[in-house]
Ligand binder design. Structure first.
Ligand SMILES: *Cc1c(COP(=O)(O)O)cnc(C)c1O
Length: 363
């Protein structure tokens, strides 16, 4: 068979999708910098520098790899119910919050439907929207990266079905208030509050799910619990939506290994939350150090990263020079963020090296 004509079989809108700009693996980064993998300082993925709970690692060894996972997710939903204070029937677990974002599109969005994206924000919503063939209504955030609620109220198109609100927002670090969320919910569309960084912010809208059937909360074990490589996240929402998601969800997407690690992590949450505290202290220390450096603006953050905006030296140059020193941060191409870099909070030693390198580069 001649495969040259393969594109004619591919769904036309998928030929034009902008691929998600994912972070490179450590091997790639090491190659770029020309150093050993062990020596790179990876501050580009908001990963947890302290790794998983040792109990989660132990649990992996005991997980039953030859048995399919429980499609009803009974044990993990119960454990998450205890952790969140939300009923089991209002919880669904996915292979990362990313799988739940995808499932939300599968459930609600037909080609031609519309979603609202508050730019700049996490790229997965617009990526999934493109794959789903949805139209994206971009509502830019204001000068301080807040959502302009009055603007949303007056300008939201009739056909917009889904609104994605990240809180704390990635990459800007700010949160939405309860009143803002209520105003958005009153618009009568599905409102997704992505709380991937909840543990670093201590601020949640989860208590509103009993009041608003159109509210979906997303959380993840990737950031606070150090399980990014295992892929496990969860959603909190009205049981009706849960039932619809469970009907269309691939039954075994959350592996036994991920289940066991989630259970062990929740059993060891005091340890993990003490690491979260250390990361928050590191964030505040980095914030204060950055404030001392001229020619840059540092945005306050409620998450495990900080957005830095440069007014003199081009951030692409700073980015490149950091790479050459083996330090990897996140850069952006959009107009609003082209002068910005996002740095994840690493260990105190990594932060010292980062500040030292940055000061050297921009002085
Ligand atoms: C990291 C991140 C996620 C992804 O979570 P996974 O559980 O790793 O898929 C979701 N939303 C936001 C805003 C994130 O920054």
């Amino acid at each position: 068979m001649d495969y040259k004509g393969i594109e004619k079989f591919i769904r036309p809108h998928l030929l034009k999708v902008n691929t998600y700009d994912a972070v490179d693996a450590p091997e790639m980064l090491a190659k770029k910098a020309g150093i050993r993998k062990e020596d790179i300082i990876k501050l580009n993925g908001n990963e947890n520098p302290y790794g998983p709970s040792p109990k989660a690692i132990q649990a992996l060894i005991n997980s039953q790899l030859h048995i399919y996972p429980d499609p009803l997710q009974i044990r993990i939903k119960e454990a998450l119910s205890e952790y969140t204070g939300i009923d089991s029937e209002s919880i669904v677990v996915g292979a990362g919050a990313d799988e739940l974002i995808d499932l939300i599109f599968r459930l609600f969005i037909s080609p031609g439907d519309m979603i609202v994206d508050f730019e700049p924000t996490f790229g997965m919503y617009s990526f999934c929207a493109e794959i789903a063939g949805a139209d994206i209504f971009y509502m830019p955030r204001d000068a301080d990266f807040n959502i302009d609620i009055e603007f949303v109220k007056s300008d939201i198109p009739e056909e917009a079905k889904l609104l994605f609100v990240t809180s704390p927002n990635n990459p800007t670090g700010n949160i939405v208030t309860e009143n803002q969320v209520k105003d958005l919910l009153e618009l009568g569309r599905i409102v997704v509050i992505d709380e991937a960084y909840f543990e670093f912010a201590g601020h949640s809208m989860a208590h509103l799910i009993s009041e608003y059937e159109n509210l979906i909360i997303l959380r993840t074990m990737s950031k606070w619990a150090g399980l990014a490589g295992l892929r496990v996240g969860y959603g909190l929402m009205n049981p009706q939506i849960i039932n619809h998601i469970m009907r269309i969800k691939p039954p075994y997407s959350v592996s036994n290994a991920a289940e066991e690690a989630l259970l062990a992590s929740l059993n060891d949450k005091d340890y993990l939350l003490s690491n979260v505290d250390t990361i928050i202290q590191g964030r505040e220390k980095l914030y204060n150090s950055l404030k001392e450096i001229p020619h840059l603006k540092v945005w306050p953050s409620n998450a495990n990263f900080i957005l830095i905006e440069f007014d003199k030296k081009e951030p692409t140059k700073v980015y490149q020079e950091l790479c050459m020193k083996g330090i990897f941060v996140r850069s952006y191409s959009s107009n609003r963020l082209k002068n910005c870099l996002r740095v994840s909070i690493g260990t105190p030693e990594e932060m010292d090296k980062f500040i030292y390198a940055l000061t050297e580069i921009i002085r």
